[in-house]
Structures are given as C-alpha cells and as structure tokens.
Ligand binder design. Structure first.
Ligand code: FES
Ligand SMILES: [Fe+2]
Length: 312
C-alpha cells in the first residue's frame, strides 16, 4: 500500500486562529498535523523517546517539544501549501486542482468525519439511485426516477459516471426565482457527470441545471471536489470543495449565491449522514447481493480503491 503522504491532497483545514492539532489516520498510518493560520507541519504519531502521542506536543520558539520529558520532535519533511481553506500536501510537479479554473468561483470547503466504514461511504458517494429517497433538494422525485438517464465507463485510472433527470421543484428553486425569474420559471433538468480518480481517491462532480429543451445551455453550473479516505476501520474522512459558475458572481448577489452553493453542499452531505446509522452495519462485501445497474460502477471503484487503501 502506498503511503497517503505520497499524494497531492488536502490534509487539514486552515485554522482561523491559534494552533489546531488534527489526526491523519489512513489505513495503518497515523500522523499528527499541527497547523496555525500561517504554518502547518506533519509529525510522526508518537514521540520517538517513549511514544507519547505528538498530539500533545507544544510549540516553543518555533520548535515542537514533547509534553512528557520535553524532548524536541522533528516534523516530517513535507512542504504544505495553503489553498481553498486547506493545507495541502503537494507532490512533485502537481498543483492544487481547480486553482486555474478561472470561470468557476470558489464557494467554500469543509472537513467531515463520517461515522461509516470507508467502503460504504465510497459506495454512497458514487451511486445516484438513492437521490430521490435521501435527498430533498437535488434531482428527480421517486416517481420521476424512470426518466433518468444513466451511463458509466472506466479506464485503467478512472471511473466516469453520468446521471440526468428532471429537477424537482424545491424551496431553493422558489428562492432562486426571486433573483432570476427569467430562468427558474420552467421545469429544469439536472445532469451530473463525475470522474473518480484513485491517486488518491477523489471525485470531481460537475452538475448542470438546464432547461429541458436546451441541454447545451447551463443555467446554473457547479463543480465539487470530494476527497475521501479511511479514518481507522469505522470512520471516513471527507474534504469537500465547492465551486460555482455564474455570470457576474461578484458583488452582493455573488456573495448570496456562493453562500447558497455552500449551504447546498452541506445539506447534501448532512442528508447522507442521516442515513449512516441505518447502513453502517451493512455487510462490507457485495458478494451474493442483488446489485442493479446503478451499482455496477461501485464494483469497478472498489477494485481500483483496493490497490490503494484496503484489501478486499
Ligand atoms: S515521551 Fe516524549 S519526551 Fe519522553
Ligand atoms: Fe447522497
């Protein structure tokens, strides 16, 4: 298994003030990251002297020392970069994704600890047929699901998934009508295309809402970037980044729209989180279960993930 620090990825939210110690616990690897608004460093999980967790290390004169016997603890030699509200570990020639997508405005980022094993969380975020039942804002209602188009494909490095169905009417749309009466009067179609990458596991969702007769013209367009990683055996860590494309997104209206986009993202994740107490004890293996067409990409994703994070 590759070390999680071998990848370009977000590691920790930039704290607003003070020092934040956060655990990075992937597979059998564990580290502690100490971050301030201006600096972030990664430490081995335990003090080299007698193993006190480095969570408790304190910074004195720019040097971290162990709380137990005061010995200095050296950070691991990683260079962390601040972008989109997170400290990122950048490898080689890579850069932070989306930072050059000038057409999209950054709306917000978040870190979630999901109370569900990693494999089940990955399944949940890569399958759309729960949308009518679990989500209240996006996509079709249960009785419209049969109008949904679905496609998927894979190559050696990625899995690509596409859903398109009627957008239900919700309070969000009613609210948006107040700002954009010209576009929200009609029934809209919601199309989502996403790519799953495995270096490390990340999903890039591209959602478009358009009028049914003009699929080529997006009325609202959003991109989301989700990173998922196992946190021990029973939890999953998720970092989310939300971007939105709208003409003239600056100014007060832009501010409102960005806030709405971020709320929308949080709402989607909260709705999935409410489901987790019910599904967290489901079998981890999909063998002998009656899978349908929407579950097929999950097999491909699990197979590619297993090379990185777990053995099936
Ligand atoms: S355990 Fe850390 S200094 Fe002794
Ligand atoms: Fe969901």
């Amino acid at each position: 298994m590759k070390s999680i620090l071998a990848f370009t990825q977000p590691l920790i939210k930039v704290p607003r003030w003070g020092v934040t110690a956060q655990e990075l616990h992937i597979g059998s690897e564990k580290f502690w990251i100490h971050a301030t608004p201006n600096r972030a460093q990664i430490f081995p999980a335990n003090c080299p002297h007698r193993g006190t967790p480095t969570e408790y290390a304190v910074c004195k004169n720019s040097q971290y020392i162990c709380r137990y016997h005061g010995k200095p603890i050296s950070p691991l030699p990683f260079h962390l970069v601040k972008k989109f509200g997170f400290w990122w570990n950048i490898k080689g020639e890579e850069s932070v994704p989306f930072q050059n997508e000038k057409e999209f405005s950054f709306c917000g980022s978040d870190r979630y600890i999901l109370e569900i094993p990693f494999v089940l969380a990955v399944d949940n975020f890569n399958e759309g047929s729960h949308t009518p039942y679990i989500h209240s804002v996006t996509g079709p209602l249960p009785n419209e699901w049969n109008q949904t188009k679905f496609e998927w494909s894979e190559n050696s490095e990625q899995v690509k998934i596409f859903y398109s169905g009627p957008q239900r009417n919700t309070w969000v749309l009613h609210g948006l009508r107040a700002f954009f009466p010209q576009i929200w009067r009609e029934k809209l179609q919601w199309s989502i295309r996403w790519t799953v990458d495995f270096n490390p596991l990340r999903m890039t969702y591209h959602s478009i809402w358009h009028r049914q007769e003009t699929p080529e013209t997006a009325e609202i367009e959003m991109k989301h970037l989700y990173y998922l990683a196992p946190l021990g055996n029973d939890q999953t860590i998720m970092h989310t980044f939300c971007f939105m494309k709208r003409p003239n997104v600056d100014g007060p209206l832009g501010f409102i729209l960005k806030g709405l986009a971020r709320k929308f993202t949080k709402n989607q994740i909260r709705e999935d989180q409410k489901l987790y107490p019910m599904i967290k004890d489901s079998p981890l293996s999909l063998d002998k279960l009656k899978l349908d067409e929407y579950d097929q990409p999950l097999l491909a994703i699990r197979e590619k993930c297993s090379k990185l994070y777990f053995k099936l």
